[in-house]
Write a protein that binds this ligand. Structure first.
Ligand code: ADP
Length: 710
C-alpha cells in the first residue's frame, strides 16, 4: 500500500478504486456493533494509502456548541490528535467552523495561508507541527454535523482536485452511515424502553394473531399463568394451557375477534396457583389495509378484589337503605297512633271551652288550641314525608271539579291575606278543563303550601294564582300553576336548597317566620307523583314565582260546560273596579257567556259610561261594583245610580273583600241584588248574574244579598 501512497499518476489507479470500493461496500453493511471498528479500519486504509500521518473525525454533540472526536487514526510514532476523546468547545476553532459551514472542504498547506483572524487555528497548526491539513465537512440532510481532518506532520503535500473529490465522497459515506447508526441506536433504545414499560406493567398485555395463537405477551401476562414470556409467544393456547383454560381463553378471544372493534369483557380464569381470578379484558383490533384483523391487542386487569369490595359496598348500601325505609315505615305507621290522641286533645279543648270559665282560663284554652293546631300541622308534614320516603304514599284517582278545588284552596287563605292587607287573585285560564281525574286533596295541599308561603313571606303587594292548560296529550291535560308574590324573595344560592327536606332559605327565616322547611319538599314530591316538576324564579327583595305542572286525565273540558244563559245574549255588563287584575279576571270569566263587557276604573267613569250608553244598544243592564274605589265607595256609587232615572233599573252586584254578616244587610239597603267576595269564583260570578237578572232562582247555596254569595 505504501507505494501507492505517493499517489500514482493517472487519476484512478487500481489501489485507488479498490479503496473507494472497499469503503463504500463496508459501510453499506456496517451496523451499530461493528461501526467503530470498521470506521477505524477505514481511516487506517485511507491514511496508509495517502501516506498521511493522522486522520480524525469530529462530530458535534447534542448541544452544538460542543464537539467530540469519534474516531482517530495516527501513523506509528505520531502523536494522536487527542490523547483523550472528550467534549471540546466548537468555538475553539471559529474560523475553521465558519469555513466548512459554507464550503465542502478547507485545505491548508502552509501556516502562512491562514488569514489573520484564524488565530486559534494557526496556533494549533504550529503547536502540533502540522505541515498540511485537509478538513472536509460532514453533513446530513444539508446540516453540518461534524468534520474530518486529514493531516501530514512529517512532510508538506499538495492535494489534487480529484483526491479531494474522492475524500469528499468517502466523507459522505461516513456521515450517512453515522446518521443511520444513530437512528438505529435511537430506535433500539426506544424499543428497549417500550419493552421495559411493557414488562414492568402491572397490567397484562398480549397480542393474538388469531383466536388461539399468541404473537407477543408481556411479563405480567406470562406471570399470571406462572410461565415465561417465551413459553407463550408464538405458541398455540392448546399447546400451553390445560384444556379448560385453553377452552375458556379461546372462547373469550373468539368473542372479541367477532367484534372487529374495541371491546371489553370479563372472564373468570384460574391463575398459576389454581385460584379463580376475575379479569377485565379490553381488546383493540389492529387491521391491515384490506380491513382484516392482523392482531388483536389485549390488556387485562385483575379486578377480583375490586369486584368483592363493590359487592360489599352494595350490600352495605342496601342494608342502609332497608334500615332507612324501615324507619320511614315505622313513622308512617305511627300516623294513626299520633293523630288519634291529638284529635282527642282538640275535642276536649272544645268541650272545655264551652264550660263555665273565667276570661283568663278561656285565654289559656285559646292558646292551647292554637299550639295544638301548629303541632298537628308539623306532625302531618313529618308523616307525609316519611310516607313518601317509605314509598307508601299513594295518589287517589278520583273524578273532581278542578276549578272548585283550586278556588277552595285559595279561599282558605283569603282571611290571612286580607289580614296582612294583601290582594289575592286567582286566574283560571280558558283552556283549563272543568273536571279531571286525580287526587284533589294532594293538589289542594300543594297549592295551600305555596299560597300560604306566599302570604307568609309577603308584607305588601299582591299574590296571584294562575292556572293554564299548556297542552293536551291523549286526553291528558298538562296544567301549569303559578303562584306569584311580591314578598321578600329568595337568594340565588338558596334556591336549590329550599326543595330539600328540613331546608329553609336561611336560618334567620326560622327565627322570623317559623316553619319546618318540609312544605316544599313534600310539594315537590307530590308534583313529581303527578307527573310534573316544580321550580321557582325569584328576585331577592322583589318577590318569587313558584311554578309547577301536573298531568291530569280530562273528564270534562271547559268548552263542554253548559251555562244555559242564552238570555244573556245582547245584555251589557259594566265592571267598575280600580284594580286592573280584578277587572281582567272578571272579564275573562264572562267570555262566551254572550254578555258584552265594559270596564271602568272608578265611580265617576261608571256614571259617564252608563249615561252615554243609556239610549243605545250598549245600554248597561248590570254592573259589578267594587266596594272600595279611589273616588268613592261602591255604596256611594249605588246610591248615586239609584237617583238617576237612566240607571235605576240596572242590576247591581257588590264585590267585597270579605263576607261579613253586616255586608249582606248593608248591600241590600243600598240596592244591590247580590254580592260576591274576592277572589272571584267564576261559577259564583255567573250564578250571581243569573240571579240578579232573575234567570235563576236561589239555589240554596245562597247567592242573594240576604245570604252570602260565596
Ligand atoms: P317552611 O315554610 O315551613 O319553612 P317550606 O318548605 O314551605 O318550609 O319552605 C322552605 C323555605 O323556602 C322557607 O323557609 C323560605 O325560606 C323559603 N320560601 C318558600 N316560599 C317562599 C316565598 N314565597 N318567598 C320567599 N321565601 C320562600
Amino acid at each position: 500500500m505504501k507505494g501507492e501512497g505517493n499517489y500514482p499518476n493517472g487519476s484512478h489507479s487500481n489501489g485507488f478504486l479498490k479503496l473507494i470500493h472497499n469503503t463504500f461496500q463496508k459501510f453499506l453493511d456496517v451496523n451499530s456493533d461493528n461501526y467503530q471498528i470498521e470506521l477505524k479500519k477505514s481511516l487506517e486504509e485511507i491514511g496508509l494509502f495517502f501516506d498521511l500521518d493522522r486522520i480524525f473525525i469530529y462530530y458535534f454533540s447534542k448541544d452544538p456548541t460542543f464537539m467530540q472526536i469519534e474516531s482517530q487514526w495516527n501513523k506509528k510514532g505520531i502523536k494522536p490528535k487527542r490523547e483523550i476523546e472528550e467534549e471540546e468547545v466548537v468555538y475553539a476553532f471559529p474560523w475553521l467552523i465558519r469555513q466548512i459551514k459554507n464550503k465542502d472542504f478547507v485545505v491548508v498547506n502552509n501556516v502562512e495561508e491562514f488569514p489573520d483572524e484564524a488565530v486559534f487555528e494557526k496556533e494549533a497548526f504550529l503547536e502540533e507541527g502540522i505541515k498540511t491539513s485537509l478538513i472536509v465537512s460532514l453533513k446530513n440532510e444539508n446540516k453540518l454535523i461534524g468534520f474530518i481532518g486529514y493531516e501530514s506532520l512529517s512532510k508538506p503535500m499538495t492535494w489534487k482536485e480529484d483526491q479531494i473529490e474522492i475524500l469528499i465522497d468517502i466523507s459522505k459515506a461516513f456521515s450517512h452511515t453515522r446518521a443511520r447508526i444513530v437512528k438505529e441506536k435511537t430506535y433500539k433504545k426506544t424499543l428497549r424502553g417500550q419493552a421495559i414499560l411493557l414488562n414492568n406493567s402491572e397490567s397484562q398485555i398480549w397480542a393474538l394473531s388469531n383466536v388461539t395463537f399468541y404473537a407477543a405477551v408481556n411479563e405480567a401476562h406470562a406471570r399470571f399463568f406462572g410461565k415465561k414470556k417465551s413459553d407463550l409467544e408464538y405458541q398455540d393456547l392448546y399447546d400451553i394451557f390445560d384444556i379448560d383454560t385453553a377452552n375458556k381463553l379461546s372462547a373469550s378471544n373468539w368473542e372479541l375477534f367477532q367484534k372487529s372493534e374495541p371491546a371489553q369483557k370479563e372472564i373468570e380464569i384460574k391463575n398459576f396457583k389454581g385460584e379463580n381470578r376475575l379479569l377485565q379484558i379490553k381488546s383493540k383490533p389492529q387491521k391491515d389495509k384490506t380491513g382484516n384483523i392482523k392482531y388483536l391487542i389485549c390488556t387485562a386487569e385483575d379486578i377480583t378484589e375490586q369486584r368483592l369490595a363493590e359487592r360489599e359496598l352494595y350490600k352495605a348500601k342496601e342494608q342502609a337503605e332497608a334500615a332507612n325505609i324501615a324507619k320511614s315505615q315505622f313513622l308512617a305507621n305511627m300516623s294513626h297512633e299520633i293523630r288519634t290522641p291529638m284529635n282527642g286533645i282538640f275535642g276536649f279543648l272544645d268541650l272545655l271551652q264551652s264550660t263555665n270559665l273565667s276570661l283568663e282560663q278561656k285565654d289559656f284554652i285559646r292558646e292551647a288550641k292554637s299550639a295544638s293546631k301548629v303541632l298537628l300541622y308539623i306532625i302531618n308534614d313529618i308523616l307525609d314525608l316519611s310516607k313518601i320516603e317509605a314509598k307508601k304514599l299513594t295518589m287517589e284517582k278520583i273524578r273532581f271539579n278542578l276549578r272548585n278545588t283550586i278556588e277552595d284552596a285559595v279561599s282558605l287563605l283569603v282571611p290571612k291575606a286580607i289580614e296582612k292587607g294583601l290582594e289575592l287573585y286567582t286566574m283560571i285560564r280558558a283552556g283549563v278543563p272543568e273536571e279531571v281525574v286525580g287526587d284533589p286533596s294532594r293538589l289542594r295541599q300543594i297549592l295551600n303550601n305555596l299560597i300560604s308561603n306566599a302570604v307568609k313571606f309577603t308584607d305588601k303587594g299582591e299574590i296571584s294564582v294562575t292556572v293554564d292548560c299548556l297542552k293536551e296529550e291523549n286526553e291528558t291535560a298538562v296544567l301549569n300553576f303559578e303562584v306569584k308574590d311580591t314578598g321578600i324573595g329568595i337568594r340565588k344560592d338558596h334556591i336549590d336548597k329550599i326543595f330539600k327536606s328540613f331546608s329553609q332559605a336561611d336560618t334567620s327565616t326560622t327565627r322570623k317566620y317559623g316553619g319546618t322547611g318540609l312544605g316544599l319538599a313534600i310539594s315537590s314530591e307530590l308534583v313529581k307523583m303527578m307527573g310534573g316538576e316544580i321550580h321557582v324564579e325569584s328576585i331577592l327583595g322583589e318577590g318569587s314565582i313558584f311554578k309547577f305542572d301536573v298531568r291530569l286525565k280530562i273528564v270534562k273540558r271547559a268548552s263542554e260546560q253548559k251555562f244555559a244563559f242564552e238570555k244573556l245574549d245582547g245584555m251589557n255588563i259594566l265592571i267598575v273596579n280600580d284594580d286592573v287584575n280584578n277587572r281582567k279576571i272578571i272579564n275573562s270569566y264572562l267570555q262566551e257567556t254572550g254578555l258584552k263587557v265594559f270596564e271602568v276604573e272608578d265611580g265617576s267613569s261608571a256614571i259617564t259610561t252608563i249615561l252615554s250608553n243609556a239610549n243605545t244598544k250598549n245600554k248597561i243592564n248590570i254592573a259589578i261594583i267594587d266596594c272600595q274605589m279611589n273616588d268613592m265607595s261602591g255604596y256611594e256609587l249605588a246610591n248615586t245610580l239609584k237617583t238617576i232615572p237612566f240607571s235605576k233599573d240596572i242590576k247591581l252586584i257588590l264585590l267585597t273583600n270579605i263576607t261579613q254578616k253586616g255586608d249582606a244587610e248593608a248591600a241590600k239597603e243600598y240596592g244591590f241584588s247580590s254580592y260576591l267576595s274576592k277572589p272571584v269564583r267564576r261559577d259564583d260570578l255567573l250564578a250571581c248574574i243569573a240571579i240578579a237578572l232573575g234567570l235563576k232562582k236561589e239555589d240554596g247555596e245562597g247567592h242573594q244579598v240576604n245570604e252570602t254569595c260565596s
